[in-house]
Design a protein around this ligand. Structure first.
Ligand code: AMP
Ligand code: ZN
Length: 469
């Protein structure tokens, strides 16, 4: 498996630090609003990377944070006259709903910045002790950028170019800095803002330190993959490397992966430009699977332009895959002939070719566009070689191959309204167990999921009864 590593600027063979295990950290959203479809791109891409690695047999420990303390959250809280945590909790919940719609698996751990402040204070203390950071008179703590030898190695920037080329750094007005390149690790509180006690001042962390700390806590000092959108390469990831490697004394992440932007009219989709659609907007018009499929039709390192025409095209081609599955299910239901014949065994073994084609595309730096071509080749084969004369076992074999490949992409070939009775029952059982163990959040989530699929639950003395709405 080859991965393009931003650090080396090359595709490299993927080798894990520990055999069979992948430690992966993906920078998550700042939660002050509903996520837009640009934010959904890294979620979908790196979820697909994770799924493919799991398919290959790796055990993936996947950590993705929520940045829940930030100027934009504080501003939104002031506007509504509520506590910042009200805003962040609300949008974490909404973000999780969107992720579920996009079939993005929950991370192994979703840490929140505000719950990791002690760790941040600890790492900042270490950096000061080691001479990599210093507190200024007002209690702001800065990272001494020039003291870290490798600074610039990820973004391939040279310190002196940075100094002369980046006017923002020079005119920052933060004259307490020893050097304009230094960046903030901890800053003093402002009136009406959330703050924490620290050895330097009552205040809050800078943005970059949270990821260094959460990655260390949940994955260890050295990890396999660190990922996010390409806007994070500089300064966020560059600063994370400086903090982590200076504090821990070992390489931080072996591979760095970055997705290109989702654009609209060839400009980056962003909240600040106002040219965005939220995932929620899209869900009013489309099944969110269509959005996922649309994103996977482009290579993740290529800019992708969003348009209504491309969404329609994605919808139509996804429909061809779902139709093939529908057709197989229909044939299976009506099949009388149970065991597979020799000629069918031969045909089924031919589907290995499509699996190989799929894997070869994914092994080449997750070329999902080519992997989708392999799925369409399989769909053509199915349409040609499945009929009412076929045995049930053979038809089920074909459906299993189609499911295997689409599930790696996070695409579900079953129509939502077609949730099978056993699937409903399994969910109800899971909900009952969740309630017994007082996991009411999960229980509610299942009830909502079922409601969305048109399943009505009734809690009765004899247990849970259900019917289709
Ligand atoms: P933010 O909430 O802005 O910190 O962004 C969360 C994630 O979304 C980061 O990995 C960003 O790089 C990514 N991101 C933001 N806008 C876009 C976009 N238009 N296209 C692709 N990725 C984006
Ligand atoms: Zn981060």
């Amino acid at each position: 498996m080859k991965i393009y590593n931003t650090l080396s600027g090359k595709k490299e063979e993927f080798e894990t630090l520990e055999p069979g295990k992948v430690k992966m950290y993906v920078c998550g959203p700042t939660v002050y609003n509903l996520i837009h479809i640009g934010n959904a791109r890294p979620m979908i891409i790196f979820d697909t990377v994770r799924r493919y690695m799991e398919h290959k047999g790796y055990e993936v420990n996947y950590v993705s944070n929520f940045t829940d303390v930030d100027d934009k959250i504080i501003k939104a809280a002031k506007e509504e006259g509520v506590d910042a945590s009200v805003i962040s909790e609300r949008y974490i919940k909404e973000c999780k709903k969107d992720m579920e719609g996009l079939n993005v698996k929950p991370a192994t751990t979703h840490p929140k910045a505000t719950e990791e402040i002690d760790g941040m204070i600890g790492m900042i203390g270490t950096l000061i002790e080691k001479g990599y950071a210093y507190p200024a008179a007002d209690g702001t703590v800065y990272f001494r950028t020039r003291s870290f030898d490798g600074y610039g190695k990820l973004s391939h920037k040279n310190l002196d170019d940075l100094r002369s080329g980046n006017r923002d750094l020079l005119v920052s007005g933060e004259d307490q800095k020893e050097d304009p390149l230094d960046f903030v690790l901890w800053k003093p509180k402002k009136a009406g803002e959330p703050y924490w006690e620290s050895p330097w001042c009552e205040g809050r962390p800078g943005w970059h330190i949270e990821c260094s700390v959460m990655s260390k806590k949940y994955l260890g000092d050295s990890i396999d993959i660190h990922a996010g959108g390409e806007d994070l390469v500089f300064p966020h990831h560059e600063n994370e490397i400086a903090q982590s490697e200076a504090a821990n004394g070992v390489p931080f992440s072996k591979y760095w992966m970055h997705n290109a932007f989702l654009n609209i009219d060839n400009k980056k989709m962003s909240k600040s430009l106002g040219n965005f659609f939220t995932v929620r907007d899209i869900s009013e018009k489309y099944d969110l699977q269509v959005l996922r499929f649309f994103m996977l039709n482009a290579h993740y390192r290529m800019p992708l332009n969003f348009s209504a025409e491309l969404m329609e095209a994605a919808k139509n081609s996804l429909e061809r895959i779902v139709n093939a599955a529908d057709n197989l299910k229909f044939l299976i239901k009506n099949s009388h002939n149970d065991s597979i014949r020799e000629a069918e065994k031969e045909l089924l073994s031919q589907t290995e070719e499509y699996k190989k084609e799929f894997d070869a595309a994914m092994d080449d730096d997750f070329n999902t566009a080519d992997a989708i071509t392999a799925v369409f080749d399989l769909v053509k084969f199915i349409n040609l070689n499945a009929s009412s004369d076929c045995s049930k076992e053979y038809l089920e074999g074909l459906l299993a191959v189609l499911r295997e490949l689409t599930e790696i992409l996070g695409i579900v070939v079953d129509r939502k309204e077609e949730l099978l009775d056993d699937e409903v029952e399994a969910l109800i059982e899971e909900r009952t167990k969740a309630r017994k163990s007082k996991d009411f959040a999960r229980a509610d989530e299942i009830r909502n999921q079922l409601t969305e699929l048109g399943i009505v639950l009734e809690d009765t003395r004899e247990g849970v009864k259900w019917h289709r709405a």
